[in-house]
Design a protein around this ligand. Structure first.
Ligand code: SF4
Length: 347
């Protein structure tokens, strides 16, 4: 089996090239072809001598996840179902925004966290993706969307809990940093306290988003079983300690569920909970899916506006994120949920 160059570090490439051409700049050239120029194969690495390319191609190649399906919405959102080498299918999304594209990546093939409003959570746990598999999603989107070299923001809001796979996510962020500053990368967590603490220690830290969704411990446990393990007060205390560079904020995501977490009382409690944390709040009306329609619903627009109004009056920086890509099943896990009945078994 030839070595896949996607995800290889500079040191690993230097080792691979040691017998072929040990000069350090050769490993750097190959690294740049894979991580910056998004080459699709060794034959594209035209600044390597032909003999070296041929020798390298005998030992290694460039393999990205396979595109199983792309659904494109009228707003330009493209939702990809991508097959990994072992057949597991993950999702990645490209959302055209003003002046850049936001790319959403998966970090696991399922999710054990079990949020009741999330298809990935309903489908169950899966294995961790490797750094190369995460980086491969990114490369695939750039190449297929024809946006190599263009401005990109990146969010880890696809399938999986990135802070339960932080080592590989951090390594992928390093690979991605060749083309996108970690300042333009956001890791979204359900509130894994030890993971947040570990993230805080990274030298090149991505931005942090926290999926909050509740204003009491009881309510949060009902929506996100993981809250029993890392309670709300412990989570908020950890976030108060999270190092933020000047001007940076933590984003709190709040999936709005009619009759569950959308009362005026919740809106009044939220600013008190978040006091002392530089932050903004994203209200996300539930993106409906057949699996839970009838049980969970988004509030109507009037309720959402009233909720946002209470937060704004309390000087909370609040936005409502009307979900992009609704028609292409772009909420976490939806496309994959429609493509397959069961998640891949845990590694
Ligand atoms: S919302 Fe995120 S953390 Fe929760 S179950 Fe879905 S993928 Fe996992």
């Amino acid at each position: 089996m030839r070595r896949n160059l996607v995800g290889a570090t500079r040191a690993e490439l230097a080792e691979l090239l040691a017998e072929l051409d040990p000069r350090p700049f050769r490993a750097q050239q190959v690294y740049q072809w894979v991580a910056r120029r998004m080459a699709g194969g060794v034959e594209e690495m035209t600044n390597l001598p032909k003999a070296l390319r041929e020798a390298l191609a005998e030992r290694a190649d460039v393999r990205d996840p396979e595109v199983v399906e792309v659904r494109r919405g009228s707003d330009g959102t493209a939702k990809y179902a991508l097959a990994l080498a072992d057949g597991a299918v993950v999702e990645a999304v490209a959302m055209p925004m003003e002046g850049h594209t936001t790319i959403c990546l998966s970090s696991q093939t399922g999710c054990a966290v079990g949020c009741i409003f999330c298809v990935t959570g309903v489908l169950g746990s899966g294995r961790n993706l490797t750094a190369g598999e995460i980086f491969g999603q990114y490369r695939t989107i750039l190449r297929h969307e024809g946006i190599v070299g263009q401005p990109v923001n990146l969010v880890f809001m696809g399938m999986g809990e990135p802070l339960l796979n932080l080592d590989h996510v951090a390594r992928a962020v390093e690979l991605i940093a060749e083309t996108v500053s970690p300042k333009r990368v956001t890791v979204s967590t359900s509130g894994i306290v030890p993971g947040i603490q570990k993230l805080a220690e990274l030298e090149r830290r991505p931005k942090l988003a926290v999926s909050l969704n509740a204003t009491t411990q009881e309510q949060r446990e009902r929506l996100m079983p993981i809250a029993a393990r890392w309670p709300l007060d412990e989570l908020l205390a950890t976030l108060r300690e999270f190092p933020l560079e000047r001007g940076r904020r933590i984003t709190f995501e709040y999936v709005m569920l009619a009759g569950i977490n959308d009362a005026d009382e919740d809106a009044r409690r939220l600013p008190r909970l978040l006091r002392g944390i530089p932050c903004k709040v994203n209200l996300i009306p539930l993106n409906p899916d057949a699996r839970y329609l009838g049980e969970l619903e988004a509030p109507d627009e009037e309720r959402i506006s009233a909720f946002a109004g209470i937060l704004a009056a309390a000087h909370v920086n609040v936005t409502v994120r009307w979900s992009k890509g609704r028609e292409v099943a772009a909420a976490c896990g939806q496309l994959r949920g429609q493509l397959i009945a069961r998640p891949t078994a845990q590694a």
